[in-house]
Design a protein around this ligand. Structure first.
Ligand SMILES: Nc1nc2c(ncn2[C@@H]2O[C@H](COP(=O)(O)OP(=O)(O)O)[C@@H](O)[C@H]2O)c(=O)[nH]1
Ligand SMILES: [Mg+2]
Length: 346
């Protein structure tokens, strides 16, 4: 990852329902990404798709498709899948994990990206706590993604969920997408005159550390807003991993011009102690936005987490421990004798 990266070589791929919605929203922001593509088994997902190439994996109708079945359906599309990442230097693979499409295809696409010589950065949206049935596939897919990607960024849907909330699932998804896109958009922001940009190299250097990265964000309008927004953004990480494992962080603060330089610097300097790791390596950027009122939005990308709560989503791993290599292969299941050809997704 030496030298700077030209935007024409950066590709974002949305896989499955969640991945396509998030990448579509991202494609409408100004970012350092300039090629977008969408891959799914379910044509309906593409109604949300922004500009970019689309690939529909032909799939028979199946009551409960599994990720490995979807990988089987995708086998005859491998050439088209490889073409989506041709000539790329960096490929962001974005998918919600736990159902069939994203869990099945994201690891394959990340593998093709790497095979093409690109850095594969996977962005995994993990299920809400109430989606217990999705945990097993989500845990397996996350491990597969870690094995084939240069870096894996976790966005956890459950961070947004509060059990007292009356919101529908669709509304929760929209809220989660807004947060994810704001955070990704600010990390991948194009350089502009009135901002101090992070560019692409800092986030890339951060996520390609070993272990997992977490992407979180929060806003605050209080008098102590930099510190409050930062602590709100990172508090959820402690429920998913050991905070002190954090080794690198990139922070983007977006607010109006009232954001004072000293307040910002103090808050960022305190980030290491908030994580419990005084030697945390922090890069930060400030982006001034008009119309944001006195609200400050912060996005935090923190990396270095080797153990996460998702490790326990796969019970076999708990039994066999580190020697488990049962599922190291990206296995496929080929389903024979299925009558009608429709979508593999519900
Ligand atoms: N943040 C977010 N999560 C979503 C969205 N749609 C689905 N999910 C979550 O993503 C996971 C996989 O679901 P989905 O994307 O529908 O599966 P796929 O289409 O088979 O890849 C589940 O945990 C869903 O709750 C979305 O638009 N935004
Ligand atoms: Mg779907």
């Amino acid at each position: 990852m030496s030298g700077s990266i030209s935007s024409s070589e950066v590709v974002a791929l949305g896989i499955g329902s969640a991945g396509i919605r998030i990448v579509s929203a991202l494609s409408r922001e100004t970012t350092l990404v300039n090629r977008f593509a969408y891959v799914t088994c379910d044509k309906a997902d593409l109604e949300a798709a922004g500009d970019g190439e689309q690939l529909v994996i032909d799939s028979p109708i199946v009551q409960k498709p599994s990720p490995s079945m979807v990988r089987g359906f995708a086998m005859r599309h491998h050439d088209e899948m490889r073409r989506l990442v041709k000539d790329a230097k960096v490929v962001f693979v974005v998918a919600g994990l736990g159902r069939a499409t994203g869990s099945g295809l994201a690891p394959i696409m990340a593998g093709f990206a790497k095979e093409a010589g690109a850095d594969a950065v996977s962005i995994a949206v993990m299920p809400f706590d109430f989606e217990e049935k999705l945990r097993f596939y989500a845990g397996l897919a996350l491990k597969k993604l870690r094995a084939v990607s240069n870096g894996v960024v976790v966005v956890d849907n459950s961070s947004l969920f509060n059990s007292g909330s009356e919101a529908t699932l669709k509304e929760l998804h929209e809220m989660a997408n807004n947060e994810a896109v704001k955070a990704l958009g600010s990390l991948l922001a194009r350089q502009s005159q009135d901002s101090i940009p992070v560019g692409l190299n800092n986030p890339l250097g951060t996520v390609t550390q070993s272990g997992y990265s977490f992407l979180t964000s929060a806003t605050s309008g209080s008098t102590d807003k930099a510190e409050e927004a930062l602590s709100r953004a990172i508090i959820g990480i402690g429920r998913k991993a050991q905070m002190k494992d954090a080794s690198h962080a990139v922070v983007v603060l977006s607010g109006d011009a009232s954001l004072s330089a000293s307040e910002t610097a103090t808050a960022v300097r305190r980030l290491g102690s908030m994580f419990g790791n005084p030697s945390l390596d922090v890069e930060y950027a400030v982006s001034y936005r008009s119309g944001s009122g006195s609200q400050l939005q912060v996005s935090v990308l923190a990396s270095g987490f080797t153990q996460t709560k998702y490790d326990s989503y796969d019970p076999i791993d708990g039994i066999l421990g580190a020697r488990n290599n049962i599922d190291d292969q990206l296995e496929c299941a080929l389903v024979e004798g299925l009558e009608s050809i429709v979508s593999c997704d519900q």
